[in-house]
Write a protein that binds this ligand. Structure first.
Ligand SMILES: [Zn+2]
Length: 177
């Protein structure tokens, strides 16, 4: 899915020797075209140079690993957090959910998980805000609908319901006729 590709993140260990990257370590990243999508590879630069491949990368670059401030992969897989919910809603791209997406982004920014990188005012008075995930470098573009104070309480309740599992998203449980 295109949106999942858009929020794809950097690996945490070498795909060749499985060594966990340390902060500041040089690494080589590559994209390989597979069917209609891309696979991403992150490796120690030495491993990458030594290993033999029978395929040509679509793209390849030298980078530097940054230590995540929070180790995402240790979280229970099924646990819904503000971050997992935001990622799902960004992929879903449902206009009905834009207030929820914005409130989640603000929560994550206050929690220091997201950094606001840019704000682009639109003609209708709303603002497109660009957030970057502090640990992974993933980016999200979120519409700030300029919520009135008297509506924020409702949206926050919706967020709490979705996080606690008492609310559900439209793509998960289609309503019968
Ligand atoms: Zn390696």
């Amino acid at each position: 899915m295109a949106q999942e590709w858009n929020i794809r993140s950097r690996g945490h260990e070498c795909c060749i020797c499985n060594k966990v990257f340390v902060d500041g370590e040089a690494l080589t990243s590559a994209l390989r075209e597979v069917a209609d999508t891309y696979e991403r590879y992150d490796a120690c630069t030495g491993c990458w140079q030594k290993s033999e491949r029978n395929w040509e990368p679509f793209s390849q670059w030298e980078g530097c690993y940054e230590e995540p401030t929070r180790v995402v992969k240790e979280e229970p897989v099924k646990k819904e957090t503000a971050e997992t919910l935001l990622r799902r809603l960004v992929a879903l791209d449902d206009p009905e959910m834009r207030n929820v997406v914005y409130v989640l982004a603000v929560m994550l920014e206050r929690g220091k998980q997201l950094i606001e990188r840019d704000a682009k005012p639109q003609e209708d008075g709303t603002i497109l805000r660009v957030y970057e995930h502090r640990a992974t470098g993933d980016s999200f573009v979120v519409l700030d609908p300029r919520l009135h104070l008297d509506k924020i309480g409702d949206v926050q309740r919706q967020v709490v319901e979705l996080l606690s599992g008492t609310g559900h998203l439209q793509d998960e449980e289609p309503l019968g006729s």
